[in-house]
Structures are given as structure tokens and as C-alpha cells.
Design a protein around this ligand. Structure first.
Ligand code: 6PG
Length: 235
């Protein structure tokens, strides 16, 4: 990444207000510029308050398409499903929420290929990717494991792929579909929302290590030429 800027917050409300405001501005700018916005939003627990606030922004939501940055291969409606959580917040506003996972299948690579094909129907590059990060330095579902290299160094035109994390993360021990590193690195804007001292240490380390980082997020950030805004909430 060209330049990485940290925005530090002590207050959770200020943090989620700032992020919802920034994301709303990017959506509005894309709608003004080309009549629509396609954004990828992180799953997990951290960003939920941001999405609640974003949903109350006065935006032309029917021109907005939302994609999860990654999802767990579970049925729609499963509490682990990121697209289900995003749909609950944004579909009532008139936004279109595109699932990466449309069926629970044993063959996670096939589910990933179907997601890649589905994303080909949508405007590209993404106008925004909002990333989270796990304490192990994964981002989206770019995890250590047999598919890490494919997620990081696969064909540039590949938008999404199936991933089997190894070790399986305890909070969601299932196969995943994720945006590729290339899809993230080639977006038009990139933001990270994290909280807590632990994650800050990992992200600072990952940035310092760069392309050779053992943390997947370090390698994703080394690949992008975008400036990256990191919004950190003190835990
Ligand atoms: C997911 C997310 C993932 C998330 C991290 C952090 O599907 O879990 O997309 O990349 O950002 O796992 O999750 P928390 O915010 O819940 O700690």
C-alpha cells in the first residue's frame, strides 16, 4: 500500500459514526459518478454497529449492491452466514445483497467457482472494500491453509474462490468463500475496521513485514497500490 493512515478512536460511537460516514460518502460519490455503487463489507462481529448506522443514511439504496468480503459455507439463515446478517440490515433499505454462497455444498471449491461467476455479472472493480481482521491476521477469508497461495497469488481476474482454513477457526469452523487478494487490492478504495490492542499489534506487525508477512493481511496490503485507512477502536 502506498500510504497507510491510522485513525484511532476511544469512543465506539465516534468510531462507527466515522466509518458509516466515510462509507456513505463513497457510495454517494459512486452513484454521482456512474449511477451505482458496488461495495464489499466484512463479516464477523466488529462492523455490525457500523452497518446499523450506515443503513439509516439517506442514500439511493436501490442503486447500491452489497457483497460480503467473504462468507462461511453454511445455509442462508444460519447465524454464521455473513450475507444473512448483511441482508437483514440493507435489503429492507432497497439495496441488493449478493450472496457468495448460494448453496451448502461439500465441494467448497465448486461453491467458490460459482461465486466467482456470479460476481462477473456485477460492476467491477469494487468501489469499496471494508475489511476486518482476525487475531491471527486473516482478512476476509484469506486464511493460512492449503488455499492461501491461490487466494493471494491466483489469476488477477479471479474475483472469488473457495478456501478451507487450516486450522479451522474455532468461531466458525467451516469452509469459506472469499474475495481474492486481487479483488481487494484492485478495488477503488480500501478501509479496515478493527478494535482492541491485540489486533492493533498484529496489524502493525503485518504491515511492517509486508509481502513476506506470515499474516495474510500483510500480504494483501503489500499487493495493493491503494492508500489504506485503518479505523482502530481502543478495546
Ligand atoms: C468473517 C469476516 C472476517 C472477520 C474477522 C474478524 O467472515 O469472519 O469477514 O474476516 O473480519 O474474522 O471477525 P470479528 O470482527 O468477529 O473479530
Amino acid at each position: 500500500a502506498e500510504e497507510i493512515e491510522w485513525w484511532d478512536y476511544e469512543d465506539a460511537d465516534e468510531w462507527s459514526d466515522a466509518l458509516a460516514g466515510d462509507i456513505g460518502f463513497i457510495i454517494e460519490s459512486a452513484i454521482d459518478a456512474r449511477g451505482g455503487a458496488v461495495i464489499a463489507l466484512a463479516g464477523g462481529k466488529t462492523p455490525a454497529p457500523i452497518y446499523e448506522k450506515l443503513a439509516s443514511a439517506k442514500l439511493d439504496w436501490k442503486r447500491v449492491t452489497i457483497v460480503p468480503t467473504d462468507d462461511r459455507i453454511v445455509p442462508l439463515g444460519d447465524p454464521l452466514s455473513n450475507v444473512t446478517a448483511l441482508g437483514k440490515v440493507f435489503i429492507p433499505k432497497g439495496a441488493r445483497v449478493v450472496p457468495l454462497v448460494s448453496e451448502k455444498a461439500e465441494d467448497y471449491k465448486a461453491v467458490g467457482r460459482a461465486a466467482d461467476a456470479r460476481l462477473a455479472d456485477h460492476h467491477w472493480p469494487l468501489d469499496l472494500v471494508l475489511l476486518g481482521m482476525g487475531a491471527d491476521g486473516h482478512t476476509a477469508s484469506i486464511f493460512p491453509g492449503p488455499d492461501l497461495d491461490e487466494a493471494l497469488n491466483g489469476p488477477k481476474e479471479r474475483r472469488a474462490l473457495g478456501v478451507m482454513p487450516d486450522p479451522l477457526p474455532p468461531e466458525a469452523p467451516v469452509a469459506r468463500v472469499t474475495l481474492s487478494s486481487a479483488a481487494i487490492a484492485n478495488a477503488k478504495s480500501l478501509m479496515i475496521a478493527i478494535s482492541g490492542a491485540e489486533k492493533r499489534k498484529v496489524l502493525e506487525q503485518a504491515i511492517k513485514q509486508g509481502a513476506s508477512s506470515s499474516y495474510p493481511i500483510g500480504r494483501v496490503l503489500a499487493e495493493t497500490e491503494l492508500p489504506v485507512d485503518i479505523h482502530w477502536l481502543e478495546g
